[in-house]
Write a protein that binds this ligand. Sequence first.
Ligand code: C5P
Length: 233
Amino acid sequence: MSQAVDECGVLTIDGPSGSGKGTVARRVADALGWRLLDSGALYRLTALAAMRDGVRLDDIAGVSAIAAGLDAKFDVADDGDERILLRGEDVTAAIRNENCGELASQVAQHDEVRKALVGLQKSYRKPPGLVADGRDMGTVIFPDAGSKVFLTASPEERARRRYKQLKEKGISANLARLSIDISERDKRDATRAIAPLRPAADAVQIDTTGLSIDEVVALVVELVRDRLSQPQL
Ligand code: C5P
């Protein structure tokens, strides 16, 4: 384990959409008192900013320039909900809809765009620790993380969770459509040439189908505490 990991614990949580990553990452970060990096939101914000600036998503240089200069801020509102600002404007609802997820997945395929976001993602690594949520956190961005988790769940369960999440946010959704969209997005994320969705060789894989959020959070927190208590090489 590297010295950097001693000074600043890093837990990576990767997995497909609907695997529970986002909720688990936030809860684990709270439990450990660590910062949180929602890397998917950075791809969503990049796609949204490009659309707003009239930059076509296939204009890779244009989208990369937007990613490189991304003015993003993550906040917690008074009611405890997340609040995401793009250039000072609250875009939380806009980036959480399925369409934005789809656009994010398109821009995320390009190496230039991914590289433009590396520095920003790494800048979140500060003591006492970081929980990094995404697709390539354990494989590409923080390969030396002290703890790595890869969450999965059956496709049906993931579509159901996403449906519930969107409904709770007052966003309309259709379960059958959602199921198709999720599997298409997963396929694109898993088969892309650059930083495909896959577990790091040293990641602990947890199938969350049938587990409650509390159970998954407890498992992950235990794993991190276990790793932190082990003597570092
Ligand atoms: O996790 P979330 O659904 O917000 O991510 C949106 C999209 O951003 C994903 O479908 C994926 O294509 C892309 N992404 C990525 N690498 C990450 C996080 C997200 O390619 N680390």
